[in-house]
Design a protein around this ligand. Structure first.
Ligand SMILES: [Mn+2]
Length: 310
């Protein structure tokens, strides 16, 4: 993968590893996708689109890049799905321990198993807020628990998993589903208070895993498995704005951009989404202030959310 030197072509002084509050880890992996291939090209298309984006955010009246965004080396491990998850886990932990706001851009959704594991080890009572078309709750798929169809199975056992925008799943996944924390797309259209309910279902520390296929294919067609009936732009932003304002969002990943030569608007949407999320996060943070992520340095082995062994 060819990467630009700095994220979005920002000046060097805002892109240094030592001083940047934010770290962006590209994970160009697409080993387990089942239908549309090409999520390995996602980070490159995302970075290219980011370079063509205005860096002033009108809504928050901020230029979040000035908080410092360090573009880490891409994770190129691709030997086995498990090795990728382990590498993502290890790399994510490394930057969490440096008190960075850690973000990742995939790649397919299996990479989130590694990022979620790292965040769950360093933040108390973690909520994983999954915004996605698919439940991704399977314990195993295609002979491995590290398939994209299993992206949040582990999270469903070890964290407070909240699922939003879901409109495709297998009956067997109901076994692992927590109905109180499940926001199906067909219910959301009929419930004007769904956003408040999502926020209420979250604990204070929230990690967001954003699968781009949560969006409606009319606004984001470039993804591996587009599903009709998805979120529109301002609905997604409305939820994110609330979550960032009311909770301590500790990090996020964005996955499943599957770029093609014809549609560039999806790449641009992903670029803008990433930047919006950072703008919401650092809205109130002084540029020269010291960032405190609130991570616990001791690895948090006791899980707050214990489930019976299956
Ligand atoms: Mn999905």
């Amino acid at each position: 993968m060819k990467t630009t030197k700095n994220y979005a072509g920002t000046p060097n002084e805002f892109a240094q590893q030592e001083t940047a509050k934010i770290v962006l880890i590209p994970v160009p992996y697409d080993g387990t996708s089942t239908w549309g291939k090409g999520a390995d090209k996602g980070p490159e298309a995302f970075l290219e689109a980011s370079e063509n984006m205005e860096l002033y955010d009108i809504e928050t009246d901020t230029e979040v890049y000035r908080q410092g965004i360090y573009l880490a080396g891409a994770i190129t491990e691709n030997s086995t799905p498990e090795a990728v998850v382990n590498k993502v886990h290890e790399t994510t932990k490394k930057y969490i321990k440096r008190n960075k706001f850690v973000t990742l851009f995939g790649g397919e959704h299996s990479i989130s198993i590694g990022s979620i594991r790292a965040f769950n080890e360093h933040f108390e009572s973690l909520t994983v807020l999954q915004i996605d078309a698919h439940a991704d709750l399977r314990a195993e798929y295609g002979g491995t628990p590290y398939n994209h169809a299993c992206a949040v199975h582990e999270a469903s056992r070890t964290t407070n998993l909240v699922q939003v925008g879901i409109r495709s799943m297998d009956a067997i996944e109901k076994t692992y589903m927590n109905e109180d924390n499940m926001f199906f797309a067909h219910d959301m259209v009929n419930d004007e208070f769904w956003m408040d309910k999502v926020v209420e279902a979250c604990t204070d520390n929230v990690f967001i895993t954003f699968d781009l296929d949560a969006f409606d294919p009319s606004i984001l067609p470039s993804t591996g498995t587009p599903e009709p009936g998805g979120l529109l732009w301002y609905e997604a932003l409305g939820l994110l704005k609330m979550v960032f304002a009311e909770k301590n969002v500790v990090g996020f990943d964005i996955v499943e951009l599957c770029p093609n030569d014809i549609d560039k608007s999806s790449d641009f949407l992903a670029a803008k989404l990433y930047y919006k999320m950072l703008s919401y996060k650092f809205n109130e943070e002084a540029e020269d202030g010291v960032y405190d992520s609130g991570f616990t340095s001791k690895e948090n082995n006791h899980q707050k959310f214990k489930f019976e062994d299956e």
